[in-house]
Design a protein around this ligand. Structure first.
Ligand code: ADP
Ligand code: MG
Length: 229
């Protein structure tokens, strides 16, 4: 099974070189294969989002190695990191970050536009196919502001899949949703994981959803906690 992600001794300090310097990740080891669906849990402030930002190549670790699809990202410059991020990783956040002036289809096209520069018919078709997959074909010309929270997260999931990523990072994607919508959004991600083999790393505080993942990893005070069972 192909290894999508490997973290070795990842550390992160903020405010390095100032009196406010604090280390928030103290040496994280973690590996994820193709098709894995992992729940990342832990108290607020324990470092989950910091870790996701590092895995998502939005921020660099202070120490340690981060490999994506076997490639050591520490060797890559900013341009190569941006390209790798765009092609290998999809993001779903708690707040959807859809562009409200854009239609659902245009939002889903965004990662393809960023990668390829200008819109074309193939991009529109792919966006429409993805919107159909998340159950929103009829909503493609609606602006995100006219949609429910659950629908907005479905658009965000379609957008995360636009570049056919190997890894989707989802940081509390159901945190703002009612129970039924949270369940639907979770099931959609689970189905996509099974259909496409996409690896998912899901941050959640929801025990019921976490129990339906393949594996649960807990972060406590910047460390991976040993499994209690
Ligand atoms: N940009 C930043 N600068 C300084 N400290 C930060 C920054 N981002 C997060 N932190 C601190 O790092 C710790 C971990 O935060 P975070 O990764 O957001 O935790 P979680 O997502 O688990 O709630 C917290 O103590 C937080 O205050
Ligand atoms: Mg967080």
């Amino acid at each position: 099974m192909a290894e999508v992600l490997r973290l070795e001794g990842i550390r992160k300090s903020y405010n390095v070189g100032t009196p406010a310097e604090t280390e928030v990740l103290h040496g994280i080891d973690l590996a994820l294969d193709e098709r894995d669906f992992l729940a990342l849990m832990g108290p607020s402030g324990s470092g989950k989002s910091t870790l996701l930002n590092i895995i998502g190549l939005l921020d660099r670790p202070t120490a340690g190695r981060l490999l994506i699809n076997g490639e050591d990202t520490g060797q890559l410059g900013d341009g190569a990191l941006t390209q790798l991020r765009g092609r290998a990783i999809g993001f779903v956040f708690q707040y959807h970050y859809l562009i409200s002036a854009f239609t659902a289809r245009e939002n889903v096209m965004m990662p393809m536009l960023v990668d390829r520069g200008r819109p074309d018919a193939a991009m529109e078709r792919r966006a429409d196919d993805l919107l159909e997959r998340v159950g929103l074909a009829r909503w493609r010309n609606n602006s995100a502001t006219n949609m429910s929270g659950g629908q907005q997260q479905r658009v965000a999931i379609a957008r995360a899949l636009a570049m056919n990523p190997d890894l989707v990072l989802a940081d509390e994607p159901t945190g703002n949703l009612d129970t039924k919508s949270a369940d639907d959004v979770f099931e959609l991600m689970r189905e996509i994981n099974r259909e496409r083999g996409t690896t998912f790393l899901l941050v959640t505080h929801n025990d019921d959803l976490a129990a339906r993942c393949d594996r649960i990893v807990r972060v406590v005070d910047g460390w991976i906690a040993e499994p209690s069972d």
